[in-house]
Design a protein around this ligand. Structure first.
Ligand code: GLU
Length: 517
């Protein structure tokens, strides 16, 4: 068998393709979409839009042992949530489909035959058991573990004998033993590997007839006319194998740009695949967790755009269109960084306050209705929600904060509970004094001609003076009585939202509880 001499067509880093780019996000549906994956998709999308090119979604599902059915739905939902619309993909189709690799199985078969015929790949009949026995042997001898290329030069008779035995086979790539493979990465510059250090003849086609990642990714990127591969840094070490496959076919490899990985909040190692709690603080990792926690896609879009790239050192808030206009691969910072979670919370608050009240209402409705066990329609029909929005918008970091900020307004008086009845006590007041203050306030509220926040505030301040109480000591028991909380939106506005009868009923309940202390 002849092993072709391999040449690495070097693409100079400065030779950035200037026309419309065809880029792809190629997730494997083996788990839920991670924030790092969403950032990779976002950068691909930004580059496609910047160049007026196409953003393609391709599903790399050839590892059927790791397939998880609901992850595909989760990935698409995450991309749509961020507004990363794809021009070609499994659901929308396109001229280079199908876009799900298992649906392309026959096609890989045809290309693998081509490589075998040209001597760039060969069938290997070693079973999984034999392979692990080999590893054990290598381990015992203290030599490098891995496939020993034993089937590279099988004779036609040996092949026929194995086939007659009915042995399953895989197809392996002929990786040159000598020479080097060089990759020009648009972000990292040039990296050279000694071929002898590359994985020994990796499998391209498995015995189940499906290709491995290495083979499918090359065939698909070529056939789909991908111009740029933007993916996480973790894949850099696979790139020389891909280059060898491209060379074997005589195809040109798309330009590659390996994005910096996102680090764990500790700064040590890669960001974890699931949420974790460090020193009492929760660090989310999966996109659906961020959605459920009430982050706005606008805030996330802004946040992720600045992870490894920077819109502007001076300006924090910008529109996606502005980022598209400025986005350059050459400006991506190769250094990995941890996510600044506090900045995401801050940005989310900024974007929440930027929403028009009607828009904020629609965004918070699902979170609040879930917390209250009400339908969204019931909630949206309530005039209370409109009145509460100006009171809570300044206080929200996440949409989920809405429940704690205003659930009390929708609960019947009987459901307001006091975690500890002592929370009803006014500062420096005992139960009897607090009851007296609550009764005086109730009497006053019953007699007020108008039950508006302004009238309430004026009356309550005057009453505090009259009772010779500090404003805080007098107001505190009312806040706790009507909301069941010691911290709430502004008290008098909250009272006005509830209305006189409801406020009086809650104060009566609180008095009854205080009597039991
Ligand atoms: N299927 C790979 C993944 O799950 C794609 C890597 C690539 O973009 O080439 O990340």
């Amino acid at each position: 068998m002849t092993i072709a001499t391999l040449s690495s067509p070097s693409l100079a880093a400065e030779n950035i393709h200037s026309g419309p780019a065809r880029v792809r996000f190629a997730p494997s549906p083996t788990g839920y979409l991670h924030l790092g994956g969403l950032r990779t998709a976002l950068f691909n999308w930004l580059y496609a839009r910047h160049t007026d090119g196409q953003f393609i979604l391709r599903i790399e599902d050839t590892d059927q042992t790791r397939f998880s059915a609901d992850s595909l739905e989760d990935i698409m939902r995450g991309l749509r949530w961020l507004g990363l619309n794809w021009d070609e993909g499994p659901d929308v189709g396109g001229p280079y489909g199908p876009y799900i690799q298992t649906e392309r199985a026959e096609l890989y078969q045809q290309y693998i035959e081509q490589l075998i015929a040209a001597g760039h790949a060969y069938r290997s009949y070693m079973t999984a058991d034999e392979l692990s026995a080999l590893r054990e042997e290598q381990k015992a001898k203290g030599v490098t573990q891995g496939y020993d290329r034993r089937d590279r030069n099988l004779t036609a008779q040996q092949i026929a004998a194995y086939e007659a035995e009915g042995r399953p086979s895989v197809v392996r790539l002929v990786v040159p033993i000598e020479g080097v493979t060089t990759i020009h990465d648009l972000i990292r510059g040039q990296t050279t590997w000694d071929n002898i250090n590359l994985p020994a003849d990796p499998v391209l086609m498995k015995s189940d007839g499906l290709p491995t990642y290495h083979f499918a990714v090359v065939v698909d990127d070529h056939l789909m006319q991908i111009t740029h591969i933007l993916r996480s840094d973790e894949w850099l070490s696979s790139t020389p194998i891909h280059q060898i496959i491209y060379d074997a076919f005589g195809w040109e490899m798309p330009q590659v740009a390996h994005l910096p990985v996102i680090l764990d909040p500790s700064g040590k190692g890669k960001m974890s695949k699931r949420k974790k709690v460090v020193a009492g603080k929760e660090y989310l990792a999966l996109v659906h967790e961020f959605i459920e926690a009430g982050y706005l896609p606008e805030a996330m879009h802004n946040f992720l755009t600045n992870i490894g790239w920077n819109f502007d050192a001076e300006r924090e808030i910008f529109e996606p269109e502005e980022a598209i206009a400025r986005f350059q691969l050459a400006d991506i910072n190769p250094a990995p960084a941890a996510l600044p979670y506090e900045k995401l919370d801050w940005l989310n608050g900024v974007y929440i306050r930027d929403l028009a009240p009607g828009a904020l209402k629609m965004r918070i409705a699902p979170f609040l209705s879930a917390a209250l066990g009400m339908t969204e329609a019931e909630l949206l029909a309530s005039p209370k929600l409109d009145a509460l929005i100006p009171l809570i918008r300044e206080r929200m970091k996440r949409l989920t904060d809405v429940a704690d900020l205003c659930d009390w307004a929708f609960m019947p008086a009987a459901e307001i509970s006091y975690a500890d009845p002592k929370m009803l006590l006014g500062k420096k007041l005992d139960a009897a004094q607090t009851i007296a203050a609550l009764q005086a306030g109730s009497q006053m509220m019953r007699e007020m001609p108008e039950f508006t926040s302004e009238a309430l505030e004026a009356a309550f301040r005057a009453k505090a003076d009259e009772l010779d109480l500090k404003a805080g000591s007098f107001f505190g028991p009312f806040r706790a009585a009507i909301t069941g909380k010691t911290v709430s939106p502004p008290l008098f506005e909250s009272m006005a939202v509830l209305g006189r009868a409801e406020v009086l009923a809650r104060v009566q309940n609180a008095i009854a509880v205080l009597r039991e202390i």
